[in-house]
Ligand binder design. Structure first.
Ligand code: ATP
Ligand code: MG
Length: 393
């Protein structure tokens, strides 16, 4: 009877004195990500967490699939708890074994969290393996068996597990504070968001749209991407910022064409700073990668970043498109990202954008604008929404 999940976490284990704060972030993450399924009990034990459904009809596999997406989780095992007594472990193993015909090979792995336990891990593996061989005519395969039996002896209990779900690893949500991600409808920014989420940031999203000059579908697409991101932090606040009027209007009428994209980006960052202050966030995350498009040169990044008092984190900066796409597929955002959409920046794109620039030059270009008034007016026109697990895609 599989009724228990064993969560193994990643770098939390390395955090010394902060360990318990990190574990608390993960406990909250587990409670939040399962909250719409039913109540669960989470228990911290040595180097692991145990999760159980409080209501019998809530299957642990559903819980495990959810929990395995959480930042900080290295892997989740489905199984059951027994005493640490070897006979009790044998009994649980027997119950967990599939019928003879279901498979051909098996392997046993044991971990002894408790070094005072009289048997070493290798000895537990040998004895459990022998016990299985008395009941099933399977071959032992310790590299890629049809079926793994995973035994853990920890804190006076035995855990007998069979199914393993891989997690993303990293740090649990909230352990590194809050950030604002600039979420376009493309491939890159959801990947950047996920990468920083797995470094412990709790993110809110900001999207700039050019309605009514671009169609409604492009905003719906960003909402779809945000619904994917909900799976990693349970709740995701998305703010839509109308960018066409007055900011893009002002840029298009008053500034030289070649600076348009840099100016758009500088205003985006100013609005991100505004959003960060409102959300108590301390950094901005973007999906920029060095040299990917004309606006993403080192010089332009510096010119854009000069408007920001907050650090701009660009987790994809050194990645090529193919590896970014691999991650997008893995986290499930790729198919949504490649749907056609109108981007606010392809509207009114210059024919030959500046690839070199510096902050002084742009400060000079911006003298014709009332920057503060443009930012404040635009910020006042924002629309925020909160996406929750019920909106999951
Ligand atoms: P993406 O796949 O994320 O759209 P991209 O290769 O199209 O990236 P750019 O359009 O130059 O690159 O954008 C670089 C980054 O700037 C994006 O990853 C995103 O973080 C931010 N960004 C661009 N456009 C928008 C927008 N309309 N709303 C919010 N953020 C944006
Ligand atoms: Mg884009």
């Amino acid at each position: 009877m599989r009724d228990t999940l064993v969560i193994h976490y990643d770098e939390i284990a390395l955090k010394g004195r902060n360990r318990s704060a990190f574990e608390d972030h993960l406990v909250r993450g587990v409670q939040n990500i399962t909250s719409d399924l039913g109540p669960v009990a989470v228990q911290k034990i040595y180097g692991r967490m145990l999760v159980r459904a409080k209501e019998a009809d809530l299957g642990v596999s559903r819980l495990a699939a959810r929990i395995a997406l959480l930042p900080g989780v290295r892997y989740v095992l489905e199984g059951c708890e027994t005493s640490q007594d070897l006979d009790a472990i044998f009994g649980a193993v027997e119950v967990a074994l599939p019928p003879q015909e279901a498979l051909r090979t098996f392997g046993v792995r044991a971990k002894r969290g408790d070094k005072s336990y009289p048997l070493r891990s290798s000895e537990i593996e040998r004895r459990v393996g022998a016990h299985v061989l008395e009941r099933r005519q399977w071959d032992v395969d310790l590299t890629n068996p049809d079926f793994w039996v995973r035994i853990e002896v920890v804190n006076g209990r035995g855990l007998v597990c069979t199914t393993r779900h891989e997690g993303p690893g990293g740090l649990p949500t909230g352990a590194s504070g809050r950030g604002i991600v600039l979420l376009s409808g493309g491939i890159d920014s959801p990947v950047a968001a996920w990468m920083m989420m797995t470094r412990g940031l709790r993110l809110s999203g900001l999207h700039f749209h050019s309605a009514p000059y671009t169609n409604q579908r492009s905003q719906e697409k960003v909402r779809d991407l945000a619904r994917h991101l909900v799976r990693f932090q349970s709740r995701f606040e998305l703010t839509m910022i109308p960018f066409a009027d007055p900011i893009q209007q002002a840029i298009v009428t008053l500034a030289p064409q070649k600076y348009r994209v840099i100016l758009y980006r500088r205003f985006m960052l100013r609005l991100a700073a505004r959003a960060a202050a409102a959300a108590k966030a301390s950094c901005v995350v973007t999906g920029e990668a060095l040299g990917q498009v004309a606006s993403q040169t080192v010089e332009n990044m510096a010119t854009v970043e000069a408007t920001s008092s907050l650090p701009v984190l660009r987790p994809l900066v050194g990645m090529g498109k193919a590896s970014i796409i691999d991650v997008a597929r893995r986290i499930g955002t790729f198919d949504t990202s490649i749907e056609p959409h109108d981007d606010c920046c392809s509207y009114l794109m210059p024919r030959s954008p500046a690839t070199r620039s510096n902050p002084d030059e742009l400060d000079e270009v911006e003298r014709v604008f009332d920057v503060t008034a443009l930012v404040e007016e635009t910020w006042a026109n924002r629309k925020s929404e909160v996406l929750r697990l019920a909106d999951l895609r």
